[in-house]
Design a protein around this ligand. Structure first.
Ligand SMILES: O=C(NC/C=C/[C@H]1O[C@@H](n2cnc(C(F)(F)F)c2)[C@H](O)[C@@H]1O)c1cc([N+](=O)[O-])cc(O)c1O
Ligand SMILES: [Mg+2]
Length: 214
């Protein structure tokens, strides 16, 4: 029976990365995606921008929407301060199963809490379920038509505080026009665009970094 792309990506990690070495996991995925098979990880170029934002924010609590195979969860988790944690939401149980194994290979199970389900169901429950007050950083990388409704839901559920940072992938390609329009015109956010390229390609894409002003 035919394997899936996430299964082939996991096999490349288990073949080429060192157990317990998160950076070797990141490198193995980027090499697999450049040399063998494109996959929708944030990738190495935008990943460097993500790294610099994570290092600058030095977040105790991170929320990621869209785990996929766990590439960005691993990339973020290895930059967190000692008690920092990331909660990452994944809708597709098959993707979640692969991501768990990628996260385990990196040795980051203690830092990364993977939750399977829909954002609309989970965002209202996160505070009580995980004892989180607010998030210092949110990385949006899930379905592009969910960025705006989920941002509004996070506001309504009090998951953002003055100074919380939202970092959104793919604001150019595939694009998140309604999210960009909202976040750039809202008096409650200060936004900055980081121009880059779609992972593993020369196509323009970028990350939008927005500070919630409260
Ligand atoms: O479609 C793209 N990404 C969609 C990503 C989708 C991933 O996010 C999960 N999810 C859905 N809801 C939730 C939550 F959190 F709500 F529960 C999590 C989905 O199951 C999937 O694994 C994409 C496409 C391209 N591209 O070039 O086509 C490039 C990229 O970087 C991309 O991110
Ligand atoms: Mg993306």
């Amino acid at each position: 029976t035919q394997s899936t792309r996430p299964q082939r990506l996991l096999a490349a990690v288990q073949k080429n990365a060192t157990r317990g070495d998160p950076r070797s996991v990141v490198l193995a995925i980027d090499q697999f995606c450049r040399q063998k098979e494109w996959a929708m990880n944030v990738g190495d170029e935008k990943g460097c921008i993500l790294d610099s934002v994570v290092s600058e924010v030095n977040p105790g609590a991170v929320l990621e929407l869209g785990t996929y195979c766990g590439y960005s969860a691993v990339r973020i988790a290895c930059l967190l301060p000692p008690h920092g944690k990331i909660i990452t939401l994944e809708f597709n149980p098959d993707n979640a199963a692969i991501a768990r194994q990628v996260i385990a290979w990196a040795g980051l199970e203690e830092k990364i809490q993977l939750v399977v389900g829909a954002s609309g169901d989970w965002i209202p429950k996160i505070k009580e379920q995980f004892g989180v007050k607010t998030f210092d950083l949110v990385f949006l990388d899930h379905w592009k038509d969910r960025y705006l409704p989920d941002t509004k839901l996070m506001e309504e559920c009090g998951l953002l505080r003055e100074g919380s940072i939202l970092l959104a992938d793919n604001v150019i390609c595939p694009g998140t026009p309604d999210y960009l329009e909202y976040i750039r015109n809202s008096p409650r956010y200060k936004s900055q665009y980081f121009k880059s390229h779609l992972e593993y390609t020369k196509v323009e894409d970028g990350l939008e970094k927005s500070v919630f002003l409260g």
